[in-house]
Design a protein around this ligand. Structure first.
Ligand code: UDP
Length: 253
């Protein structure tokens, strides 16, 4: 592979990539061109907290090939550690990746969200990108038996890039299972992106996007998210501060 080295910084036990948006995209592009697989995680404080609670999920996060910082939480954590880092919204990164696939003739698959959502997202993407070749579309509501069928279907069709929208940790756990049999596929878990691409959900106004506060907007719009995000974020930042102080002490000794 051409020379493009990852540089990462650990946050509470998980390596976060320090690529900027264009570099992260170039890294994925290299893998596309060289027919190599890649598991991309769009990491946030909730996922890091869960990774520390749930060993299986933690292992899957650690086995990912690139963890791009999605949202202001990870950006602040890196700042606490003295690292200046650009926020890379997974939804925008994924859109660019889809544009690249359309332009260069790589196939894609969409797995996740409700049936009408994933179909509308596929239609809208086809309208937006000429020559986009979507070879697999499947909604994200299935039981264990259906999951086995879905896995065989996906492995058989082997889209070059598979976008999985089941929310964390489900999407990462499924990717981890699939990637063993699909060494040449690029996987990315995209959370609620299909809802936005389908037109069912609007993205936050630009000011929230620019500040990396899209999650805050979504929480205001959907207060049930409040319980999920709010205990996790302050606790996460306190833990990062403790980790950083500890690391400085260790260095001083
Ligand atoms: N979803 C799914 N199957 C499930 C649970 C969720 O396909 O069993 C979809 C859901 O319809 C939504 C996405 O997963 O499109 C996750 O959305 P959420 O906003 O919770 O994810 P986040 O972006 O917060 O990770």
């Amino acid at each position: 592979m051409e020379c493009m080295q990852r540089k990462t910084e650990p946050i509470l036990g998980f390596e976060v990539d320090l690529f900027n948006f264009d570099e992260a995209l170039a890294y994925a592009h290299l893998h596309l061109k060289e027919n190599k697989g890649l598991h991309i995680v769009t990491i946030n404080p909730e996922m890091i907290a869960l990774g520390n609670k749930n060993d299986d999920f933690g292992r899957v996060l650690n086995e990912a090939d690139m963890s791009i910082p999605d949202g202001v939480g990870v950006k602040i954590a890196l700042k606490i550690k003295g690292v200046q880092q650009e926020n890379i919204p997974g939804i925008e990164f994924s859109k660019k990746l889809i544009g690249m696939c359309a332009l260069e003739g790589y196939t894609i698959g969409l797995l996740g969200a409700k049936e009408e959502v994933v179909n509308a997202a596929a239609d809208n993407l086809r309208k937006e990108f000429d020559n986009l070749n979507i070879t697999y579309i499947r909604n994200g509501y299935f039981d264990a038996a259906q999951e086995e069928i879905i896995c065989s279907e996906v492995i058989n069709i082997a889209p070059r890039v598979l976008f999985v929208a089941l929310g964390a940790p489900k999407q990462e756990m499924l990717i981890s299972k699939l990637k063993k049999d699909m060494p040449n596929t690029i996987f990315i878990g995209v959370g609620g992106s299909f809802d936005v691409w389908s037109g069912a959900v609007k993205r936050a106004p630009e000011i929230y996007q620019k500040m990396g506060l899209e999650w805050l907007y979504r929480t205001i719009k959907e207060p049930s998210r409040f319980k999920r995000i709010f205990p996790a974020l302050p606790l996460f930042l306190i833990q990062v501060i403790i980790e950083t102080v500890h690391e400085s002490w260790v260095k001083l000794r």
